[in-house]
Design a protein around this ligand. Structure first.
Ligand SMILES: Cc1cc2nc3c(=O)[nH]c(=O)nc-3n(C[C@H](O)[C@H](O)[C@H](O)COP(=O)(O)OP(=O)(O)OC[C@H]3O[C@@H](n4cnc5c(N)ncnc54)[C@H](O)[C@@H]3O)c2cc1C
Length: 473
């Protein structure tokens, strides 16, 4: 697309090669996306008086708030209540029919989602930003077109376009539901298959099973949840199977077929043996990749790889200094909301002050919100060994401890890893009730290099899960 004369200021009309008339607007900052990372770039820039535009091709608010963490944790909350009551049945809790009312749960979840796009857009506008709806595509180093009908030129462009389910390249792929669909199910199907053994599959499988569905997870290798400590993962898989979820490992999916009653999933195991699985719903849980396809990064001279836009420590594109990338779209950091938010802060500072702030996340906690939850921060034992660290590993089952017995918890366990040379905690892995909260204390300890003895000597309120910490190190 060629613009025949250049822009001086904000809105001007331009004749383009195909004789369409295109509006061009100029800004200091354009943010592509309106999720966690986009907001934390946009707001500080607008607050300092820069002209900021944001654009999104979906309802404003991004994945976490609308289709990810937040609605998911509402569903998890209700299943937690059910699980707690079930494990205390006969221990003071008595019920004859305890079940999840899926439709009421969905209505409750909806109260967290509805109104978000409007309020997010209003927030941007109230802060003086201009908002656009549509798909952005680079047309040169500093410009994008939106929906082919408006051109935006900006001194700085922040790519905050998030992630999308990876293409599996198998026959029948179009029959797959994605996580967005699962979080919006009006009724819960009887038989559900999750393809892929990542955190989203495990979390959704636990929700669906507790809500009454027959659930199967099909994972291609023998290492589901491979970013997590495998000793604790083994215990979580046991608990998952006891709950009645089928976890099939070494079971790559070869294709999906629609039948009169639902779907048949064809699998071919690594030894060549084939198997069929029947389901009413098949959900893609096999991973997400940076959502960059529509942006035409090549035209914008923006290099990218499998993990996202290639950036330097300032989160700036290594090939186009006008461009920064944040959140799931950036190759830096894990695809998690707190990382997205922090990366946005860093980019805002670099836009406002020149490149001064570097991304350096020392400890990123992450959690699988199953019941029990599995939480991790820092290195796994395997990673520490691969780095040739001389380590002390403390790994034990804590199911018999008071903090688990109090709620008749079926399983809890932990593993901590301390570097003997530096006396630093380098990894912590927790399975069990409240693991998602206690892991944050380890994140703090790792980030600020608190020696194990100092972490142990602090006072923790009792009786809490955190008060176990002194025994975990
Ligand atoms: C089911 C699920 C559960 C999750 N649970 C957790 C959790 O418990 N904890 C956690 O930390 N993280 C969780 N995550 C991950 C978390 O949601 C993401 O890391 C986070 O939302 C990323 O934010 P972002 O700003 O990078 O992108 P997003 O919030 O995804 O925003 C990107 C936006 O850009 C838009 N866009 C893309 N391309 C274009 C284009 N060319 N033009 C215009 N707009 C475009 C997209 O439509 C989207 O609205 C979960 C994710 C999913 C899917």
């Amino acid at each position: 697309m060629k613009v025949y004369h250049s822009t001086k200021n904000c809105t001007e009309m331009h004749f383009v090669r195909n004789e369409e008339i295109m509006n061009t607007e100029t800004f200091d900052v354009l943010v592509v996306g309106t999720g966690a990372s986009a907001k934390s770039v946009a707001y500080p820039c607008a607050a300092k008086g820069l002209r900021v535009a944001v654009v999104d091709n979906r309802p404003f608010g991004g994945t976490c708030e609308l289709r990810g963490c937040d609605p998911k944790k509402v569903l998890v909350g209700v299943t937690e209540a059910l699980a707690l009551a079930a494990q205390l049945q006969g221990k003071g809790v008595q019920f004859s029919d305890l079940h999840i009312d899926w439709s009421a749960l969905m209505q409750f979840k909806q109260t967290f989602v509805q109104g978000v796009p409007e309020s997010v857009e209003k927030g941007f506008k109230d802060a003086g930003m201009q908002t656009f709806h549509g798909t952005a595509r680079f047309v040169d180093n500093t410009s994008v077109v939106i929906n082919e009908d408006i051109k935006i030129t900006a001194k700085h462009i922040a790519i905050a376009s998030g992630a999308t389910p990876v293409k599996l390249g198998i026959p029948g792929e179009d029959y797959l539901a994605i996580s967005d669909d699962f979080l919006d199910l009006a009724t819960l199907p009887k038989r559900i298959i999750f393809i892929g053994g990542g955190y989203i599959s495990f979390e959704f499988a636990h929700i669906a099973r507790r809500a009454g569905a027959e659930v199967t997870i099909l994972h291609r290798s023998n290492e589901p949840l491979k970013e997590f400590d495998q000793d604790l993962v083994a215990k979580l898989i046991d608990a998952t199977r006891k709950l009645g979820i089928k976890v099939q490992v070494n079971t790559p999916v070869a294709g999906i077929e629609k039948t009169a009653t639902g779907f048949t999933v064809h699998t071919t195991a690594n030894d060549g043996s084939k198997k069929l699985y029947e389901a009413d719903l098949v959900v893609h849980g096999a991973g997400r990749v940076p959502n960059l396809a529509a942006l035409d990064l090549t035209t914008g001279n923006v290099a990218s790889g499998k993990k996202g836009v290639t950036v330097n420590a300032y989160l700036q594109s290594t090939t186009n200094p006008s461009v920064y990338a944040v959140g799931d779209a950036s190759a830096y950091g894990l695809p998690l909301t707190p990382v997205a938010g922090k990366e946005g802060d860093i980019v805002a500072r670099n836009i406002l002050n020149g490149n001064t702030a570097k991304a350096d996340f020392k400890a990123t906690p992450s959690v699988v919100y199953t019941i029990p939850p599995l939480a991790t921060v820092g290195l796994t034992e395997q990673q520490a060994k691969e780095q040739d660290l001389d380590i002390t590993v403390k790994f034990a089952d804590s199911t018999s401890w008071y903090s688990s017995r109090r709620i008749n918890e079926e399983v809890s366990a932990y593993k901590t890893i301390v570097d003997k040379q530096t006396n630093a905690i380098v990894g912590a892995h927790l399975l069990g009730h409240n693991a998602e909260e206690v892991i944050n204390i380890f994140a703090l300890a790792i980030a600020y290099r608190l020696p194990p003895a100092e972490v142990q000597s602090a006072l923790y309120s009792y009786p809490t899960k955190s008060s176990d910490i002194s025994y975990l190190l």
